[in-house]
Design a protein around this ligand. Structure first.
Ligand code: NAG
Ligand code: NAG
Ligand code: NAG
Ligand code: NAG
Length: 324
């Protein structure tokens, strides 16, 4: 929620105007709007509370809007938000300059991408092999604080994201997406959780951090965005390891803390490419080329050893290269 100074400075150097009466209109937004999120300068001046400020670029409801809904069912059936490859703002500031946005640079301009066959309204399939690992923990142990979390490795090249972070592991530099309200300076105020029966019934909030080749996300019951709760928005500089108490590793696993169930999904994937020279145009094409097919074939087994052990080292190498 509270952007670091570095994030504010990085944001300020972009062409940030999201409303221009004579400018283009992002589909789904009011005339002249290319984004809908609070003015960061104004947020800083007013100590991250905008009171009765009205968002002139708020999309018409219902909320959460189509195309920005996440959920987590298991390690091969979930959606996360990522930079929207169809964003006019991102096109003007990155894609058309042969650049790729980082997760933080795309705050305010997200699109949900999913693994698995179920797609929430407006969601798109994840580009094949864009997710390299996923570990899901379902924690329904404390009434009123139920949550489900996921974390793993990304293939940023496949996803068309710039994963360079100046502070690896501190995700305010890399980015946080959440459903914090507009007046509290949340940057995806109209995004949220798909609470339909195919997705996460009873869940409302989410917090997602990503960058440096890593991602993590929690979906939570209503009332859990405040400090100390499972979807605490103020942890945006903590990083996944600290905030979600996770360690990154390969494979696709599921753990239910209440039932004690643990399962492993076997996901076949090619080795990760080690080149880092993909142009933004190529990456955008590959992102757009993903069609309605599920990204992987997955089978679950209670015991199976993970099949992707070889990839972790490559991921680390790629992460180091990206950080240089
Ligand atoms: C953001 O707020 C600042 C301070 O009120 C203002 O000077 C600036 O014009 C605003 N930017 C936009 C894009 O509206
Ligand atoms: C990725 O971000 C870094 C740091 O901002 C920048 O130097 C680099 O040019 C970016 N790469 C692309 C492809 O946008
Ligand atoms: C499960 O959630 C509760 C409520 O937020 C929390 O106190 C507990 O530490 C969590 N358990 C694990 C293993 O993370
Ligand atoms: C699902 O979300 C909508 C919109 O936030 C809310 O009105 C509804 O009560 C929620 N339903 C359930 C079952 O949580």
């Amino acid at each position: 929620m509270l952007p670091s100074l570095a994030a504010v400075v990085a944001a300020a150097s972009l062409v940030r105007a999201q409303f221009d009466p004579n400018g283009p209109t992002q589909p789904g937004l009011p005339q002249g709007c290319v984004g809908s999120f609070p003015n960061l300068t104004q947020c800083q001046i007013s100590n991250w509370y905008l009171g009765d400020t009205v968002d002139r670029c708020a999309p018409p409801g219902p909320y959460p809007v189509a195309g920005q809904q996440v959920y987590i069912k298991d390690p091969t059936n979930f959606c996360i938000n990522l930079p929207n490859p169809e964003s006019i703002f991102l096109a003007n500031n990155f894609y058309s300059w042969n650049k790729l946005p980082t997760v933080v640079q795309a705050e305010g301009f997200v699109q949900s991408f999913c693994m698995g066959s179920y797609l929430p309204p407006g969601a798109k399939p994840l580009p094949q092999f864009g997710i390299r690992s996923a570990h899901v923990l379902k924690n329904f142990t404390v009434p009123g604080q139920h949550y489900i979390q996921i974390h793993g490795y990304l293939d940023c090249e496949v996803l068309g994201i710039n994963c360079t972070s100046s502070a690896p592991g501190l995700y305010d530099d890399a980015g946080q997406y959440d459903d914090g309200p507009f007046i509290n300076c949340g940057k995806e105020p109209y995004s949220g959780v798909d609470n339909s029966t195919q997705a996460n019934p009873g869940m409302q909030h989410y917090v997602e951090m990503a960058g440096n080749g890593l991602y993590c996300m929690r979906v939570c019951e209503p009332g859990n965005l405040m400090a100390g709760r499972p979807c605490d928005l103020t942890q945006d500089t903590a990083g996944c390891e600290k905030f979600m108490k996770v360690q990154f590793g390969d494979g696709f696993t599921f753990t239910d803390l209440v039932t004690g169930e643990k399962s492993t999904a076997t996901v076949s994937m090619p080795p990760r490419k080690t080149t880092t020279t993909t142009t933004s145009a190529e990456a955008k094409t590959s992102a757009a080329a993903a069609s309605g097919t599920a990204a992987v074939t997955a089978t679950t087994s209670k015991s199976g050893a993970l099949k992707n052990g070889a990839f972790a080292g490559l991921v680390l190498i790629a992460g180091v290269l990206a950080a240089l």
